[in-house]
Design a binder for this molecule. Structure first.
Ligand SMILES: [Zn+2]
Length: 344
């Protein structure tokens, strides 16, 4: 760290997260090693989400929010699924984040994987949360796990409630046909997760959510989001909420396919987050490095927040949150992780 003086920025935004997956770390290995993207979903994430109850969701979100704050991230756009604990789940996520002091925009990822009743319950949870005044979006898991009727119902619900839709789009080869099925439904307030296996000229409206670490981890390929005319924002897809690290990775991934790429492009993707959660612009994060400039940060490891202020309140100081006890959150989350892993 060579910066002489601290520098302040607005609060970082993680534009695509899965707070429900925070307790996945250390989970038992799947019965067989997945060999494809669909296999990873079936063997890992769809077993995990099925095992969740509301208490696990609460502590998973608390730990995820705590780790966000510890990374200077004050806003999370969350995509949630818990097929055996649907009702009330979005409120649990929202309350957990509020308790820690992180802004969240949750949605429930509607899917036909659990039959028409499962899709109905997902739609109803989105409706309940948003119509009770919750700030969030309507979620769709992905086009390849939904029939056209469910896609249309979710899009109509979002339009009715004045919320956007948050959906995974062409993350893996299994959803290659997805963009063509949702193109006519999309609007500028839609969030399109991943867009790896999507044509450059795709015709979809909305913001592309780029998650480079997750894409590498799932071996799905590089989205190369600079090729799109849509706005691009950065997310983690559930692997923490450290947006400074996500920016650094997004920059070198861009560089890997274009030697003329500069850190300013990926920094711009980071800044798009403030269009998605505008309140985060007024949050103030003081960092341990100066200047917070893309050309510096792209080549500087270990950048972390010293203090975070939201709405005039200091929510993070001296490496710790002020509203909750970090050690207690970690201990409770570990208890719930043990319960979850035992179910798997
Ligand atoms: Zn995702």
């Amino acid at each position: 760290m060579t910066g002489a003086a601290a520098a302040a920025t607005s609060g970082m935004v993680c534009a695509h997260h899965h707070l429900y997956s925070v307790l996945a770390r250390g989970m038992p290995a799947p019965p067989e090693t997945p060999t494809s993207f669909l296999g990873i979903l079936e063997q890992i994430w769809w077993r995990l989400d099925t095992a969740l109850d509301l208490e696990m969701i609460r502590w998973s979100a608390m730990l995820g929010a705590l780790e966000a704050l510890e990374s200077g991230t004050t806003g999370i756009i969350d995509h949630h699924e818990s097929p055996n604990a649907v009702e009330g789940s979005l409120s649990v996520v929202a309350e957990a984040c509020a308790e820690v002091g992180v802004r969240v925009r949750p949605c429930y990822g509607v899917t036909d994987r659990h039959g028409p009743d499962g899709a109905r319950r997902g739609l109803d949870e989105n409706r309940r949360f948003l119509s009770e005044g919750g700030k969030g979006m309507v979620g769709i898991h992905a086009a390849f796990t939904c029939g056209d009727g469910t896609l249309e119902e979710a899009a109509a619900l979002a339009e009715e409630l004045g919320a956007g839709v948050h959906i995974h789009a062409a993350e893996g080869p299994d959803d290659r046909d997805g963009p063509g099925r949702i193109e006519h439904l999309t609007a500028d307030d839609w969030l399109l997760g991943h867009c790896v296996h999507m044509d450059t000229e795709h015709g979809l409206r909305g913001t592309v959510l780029h998650n480079p670490r997750s894409n590498l981890n799932n071996s799905v390929g590089y989205a190369d989001p600079a090729r799109f005319t849509n706005p691009v924002a950065l997310g983690t897809d559930g692997i923490g909420a450290n947006m400074i690290e996500s920016f650094r990775l997004a920059y070198v991934m861009h560089r890997s396919v274009d030697v003329t790429a500069t850190p300013e492009t990926a920094w711009g993707w980071l800044e798009t987050g403030w269009d998605l959660i505008p309140e985060c612009r007024s949050d103030r994060v003081t960092w341990n490095y100066s200047p917070m400039d893309p050309w510096h940060i792209a080549f500087t490891a270990g950048v972390r927040p010293l203090e975070i202020e939201m709405d005039g309140e200091v929510v993070f100081r001296d490496g710790a949150p002020t509203r909750v006890d970090a050690a207690e959150v970690r201990a409770k989350a570990a208890e719930q992780a043990a319960r979850l892993h035992a179910r798997l």
